[in-house]
Design a protein around this ligand. Structure first.
Ligand code: AMP
Length: 192
């Protein structure tokens, strides 16, 4: 059965890691607005330049920009989507609902990766150190100062998504503190 899901959770909760596992194990399609925005920056596009500073600070870019990116991807067709890092505001959640309806699709589950804040700092600092060691670029927003802003943005703007999808009967929660494989198994159990 093909399903479309949303991964919810603060920065460092493991959304990207779990999304990648789902693409590998189930051939699902990861739609990460963060990746799309970083690609736009790397390509040097006007939009990429406009969002760079906002992203580096850890603030959210405008709803209009990210909804536009998702609209474009959905219009390319396909299914089995993992929305990773989207929606992050109520306006985005409403827009996603409308876009899915327009394309005759549904959101089947919003999976919350539950973690506590203490691990997030360690994971994000760890991610930056790993990238550095591997000679890969370190994300401009993977530093203590931006992380504070990103966490605040999560609690103020994105955490209401949990209630939103709960009210729609779509919310499922998994323990995001476990080992990567254990979290993946919990998610698989929800999807099967
Ligand atoms: P992420 O890779 O999901 O951690 O996103 C990195 C950064 O991209 C965020 O801190 C925001 O600045 C921006 N961003 C990604 N997705 C969204 C979104 N859905 N709405 C607004 N800003 C976003």
């Amino acid at each position: 059965m093909t399903v479309n899901i949303i991964l919810l959770g603060p920065p460092g909760a493991g959304k990207g890691t779990q999304a990648r596992i789902l693409t590998e194990t189930r051939g699902m399609v990861q739609l990460s607005t963060g990746d799309m925005l970083r690609d736009a920056q790397a390509s040097g596009s006007e939009m990429g330049k406009r969002v760079a500073e906002v992203m580096a600070k850890g603030q959210l870019v405008t709803d209009e920009i990210v909804i536009g990116l998702i609209r474009e991807k959905l219009s390319e067709g396909g299914t089995g989507f993992i929305f990773d890092g989207f929606p992050r505001t109520l306006a985005q959640a409403d827009a996603l609902g409308a876009l899915m309806e327009e394309t005759g699709q549904t959101i089947d589950a919003a999976i919350e990766l539950r973690v506590n804040d203490d691990v997030l700092v360690d994971r994000i600092v760890g991610r930056a150190e790993q990238a550095r060691a591997a000679g890969q670029p370190v994300r401009a927003d993977d530093n203590a100062e931006s992380l504070k802003t990103r966490l605040m943005a999560y609690y103020k703007q994105t955490s209401p998504m949990i209630g939103y999808y709960h009210a729609k009967g779509l919310l499922r929660a998994v323990d995001g503190l476990g080992e990567i494989d254990a979290v993946a198994a919990e998610i698989a159990a929800i999807l099967d």
